[in-house]
Ligand binder design. Sequence first.
Ligand code: NAD
Length: 259
Amino acid sequence: MQMLLNRRVIVTGAGSGIGKAIVERFLQEGAKVLAVVRKPEQIEDFLTNENFCYVVGDVNDYATNQSAVDTAIEKWGGLDAMVANAGVWDFFKKLQKMSAQELEDGFEQIMSTNVRAVLMAAHASYAALEDSRGCFITTGSNACFRPGGGGPLYTASKYALRGVVAQLALDFAPNVRVCGVAPGATDTPIGGTDGLNQTGKSMNKDRERLESMGKHIPLGRVSSPEEHTDLYVTLASAKGARYVTGTILVSDGGLSAGQ
Ligand code: NAD
């Protein structure tokens, strides 16, 4: 049985990593998926699927979020779930290692993508989700709950995101559920920001670092992006999580259970 048959969904950060795995899985589950990507080349694999379409843009621009929602409504007559997943990392950059300029620019860019863009996605999609009694889902992190998943800028952004989920769950109730999924270390090309001079860096280029991250995880390894997708399917489905809101489901291999 397909869990998301005809569910109309938007996924941001859909060109790689966890977002791309969500798109692939949602299509398998029968959803109609609009992907928000940086470059069309990132989603070539899906272009022949009639249940797939995309918008190219920067999630930090409100217009990108609005255009995704408008396109979904125009194509499918509504929206059942918005997955605000795009995010950037800081490669564990410590505050004491930043120049003043890096702090200013890095803070602005990380908070903008990881928090402000999520609020914009929620703002742009709220009316459509209210109409469909749908749900808003964002990608948190183990860094929503404990330090050590990044430097202070990334950790601050994900703790803030936890507040966004909690507050929006109250504000959007009773018709729209608001939830998150918190992956732990995952094998993806997640990048940093220009502000922290991390242009072109991607986490999974450094296989040694990934392996060493795995050693600190109770399950003994980092995860693949696909391993988180069941949780998104459950949250986005019509029936899977009808009484779940304000919650961030953790998929971190036991990291938050402690060492
Ligand atoms: P990723 O880099 O593969 O995916 C993030 C996507 O977001 C990329 O395709 C990127 O192009 C897109 N993106 C970034 N900034 C954007 C912008 N301004 N406008 C439009 N698109 C933008 O990395 P990922 O690991 O799949 O990250 C997805 C989410 O998972 C992020 O929110 C991240 O914080 C979270 N996460 C990742 C890990 C991990 O270990 N990889 C762990 C916990 C949480």
